[in-house]
Ligand binder design. Structure first.
Ligand SMILES: [Fe+2]
Ligand SMILES: [Fe+2]
Length: 135
């Protein structure tokens, strides 16, 4: 069973962003499945790198839209993104150094962060970006 499932109530009403969020859900599932079936350190490390990479791209996409449309809550939202980036880079560094194993706790942290962020902060920009014609 996958760790996370996309649900329609996670939609922010902007299809380009929903697609990116779905991809993040899939990537977290891939990492979690890989962990459960005992894939090697190197394989999991690569999946983790890809997840971090794609997360950075996704955050940049949202933040550029905030700048372009003068979104008022951009500062706080960017701060939440930066906090997560810091935490996952820390996980990545510890993982690479052999000081951390991917555990259910780590996976739950990623899952909970994503769901909370989408349902909370991301949903807050829906009406603003929609009104600006973002699709
Ligand atoms: Fe997002
Ligand atoms: Fe966001």
């Amino acid at each position: 069973m996958p760790l996370m499932t996309w649900k329609d109530d996670m939609s922010v009403g902007i299809s380009s962003i929903d697609e990116q969020h779905k991809k993040l859900v899939n990537m977290i599932n891939e990492l979690s499945d890989g962990m459960k079936i005992g894939k090697g350190r190197e394989v999991l490390g690569t999946i983790l790198d890809e997840l971090i990479d794609y997360t950075a791209k996704h955050f940049k996409y949202e933040e550029e839209l905030f700048d372009k449309t003068h979104y008022l809550d951009a500062f706080n939202h960017k701060k939440e993104h930066a906090d997560l980036v810091k935490r996952v880079l820390d996980i990545q560094a510890k993982y690479k150094a052999g000081a951390l194993t991917l555990s259910l706790e780590v996976m739950d942290f990623l899952k909970d962060w994503l769901v909370k962020h989408i349902m909370g902060s991301d949903k807050k920009y829906s009406s603003h970006l929609c009104a600006q014609g973002v699709k």
